[in-house]
Design a protein around this ligand. Structure first.
Ligand code: KMH
Ligand code: ZN
Length: 272
């Protein structure tokens, strides 16, 4: 089995300081959280950025500011900007961080309900536009799937050569509007992807650590962080993203899986 790649989704677009005061908004806070996750064992930072008051923003300038500041402190970490942004953003806004030519970026492969009246919109043409942009700029997509139909969409676009092989998936389990965060459903997702693909599991809220534990056992990779879950255990608020990553490292060690460095993660994912 490959070493375990841990991704830390340190910020997200929806979670706020009202949920957990340690959610980062400012550049300094984003650097603090990225460093805590890296020091604990994360190889990849899945990055959303905010204005200082916490408003989600998707501007290339803000991404550049945050990425430069992170790189000063942890130069070798893989930074994976979101092209999902926040519900309601335009495609143009969402694509802004690709202009910085990051090694990786997310590619959301379908539309789904996102709680309340929110709909996270990713039409087929949007997915094609985003995939083509990433191909042009040499960015490896992390195929974000919230439901099984999104896996099938990615496979269709892969067969047309629009999403390149080998694909790397992130199964985001337990979104209110997507597939549930259960062992049965994660297994279904894993069994649905083409041979040779790599995959990460993430779970929303209390699904986080069960999904990650299954990924450790099944040969997948793991994503944790405030974007998905703010609790270290039932009723115990995480003090940092690093605490969540430390828990993954403890689980992996107990289960006999070693942790990948950023260099090893680049090899596993075929990054340049
Ligand atoms: N904030 C969600 C609407 C991604 O990063 O690509 C979308 C999201 C997915 O977080
Ligand atoms: Zn995200």
């Amino acid at each position: 089995m490959d070493k375990l790649i841990i991704t830390a989704c340190i910020c997200g677009a929806e979670v706020t300081k009202e949920h957990n005061p340690n959610v980062p908004y400012t550049v300094e806070e984003i650097v603090r959280e990225a460093k805590s996750a890296y020091d604990a064992g994360a190889a990849i930072i899945h990055l959303h950025v905010r204005e200082d008051d916490g408003t989600p923003i998707q501007s290339a300038d803000r991404f550049r500011e945050c990425i430069d500041a992170i790189r000063k402190v942890i130069p070798d970490v893989i930074i994976q900007p979101s092209t999902g942004g926040a519900v309601g953003m335009s495609n143009e806004e969402r694509l802004a961080p690709t202009t910085l030519r990051p090694e990786m970026a997310t590619l959301d492969c379908g539309t789904c309900n996102f709680g309340g009246d929110d709909i996270f919109v990713n039409t087929e043409n949007t997915i094609i536009e985003f995939a083509n942009r990433m191909n042009e700029l040499g960015i490896k997509p992390e195929v974000e799937v919230f439901d099984k139909g999104m896996v099938d969409m990615a496979i269709r676009l892969n067969k047309k050569g629009i999403i390149k092989s080998p694909m790397h998936f992130d199964f985001v389990m337990g979104v209110n509007g997507g597939i549930s965060g259960t062992a049965r459903d994660l297994n279904f997702m894993v069994e649905s992807i083409p041979a040779g693909s790599t995959w990460t599991a993430s779970g929303v809220g209390k699904a986080e650590f069960p999904m990650v534990t299954m990924a450790i056992l099944m040969g997948g990779h793991a994503r944790v962080g405030f974007e998905d879950n703010i609790y270290l255990s039932k009723g115990v608020m995480a003090k940092s993203n690093g605490e969540l990553v430390e828990k993954v490292v403890r689980l992996a060690r107990e289960l006999g899986r070693e942790i990948a460095t950023p260099t090893e993660a680049r090899q596993i994912l075929g990054l340049k």
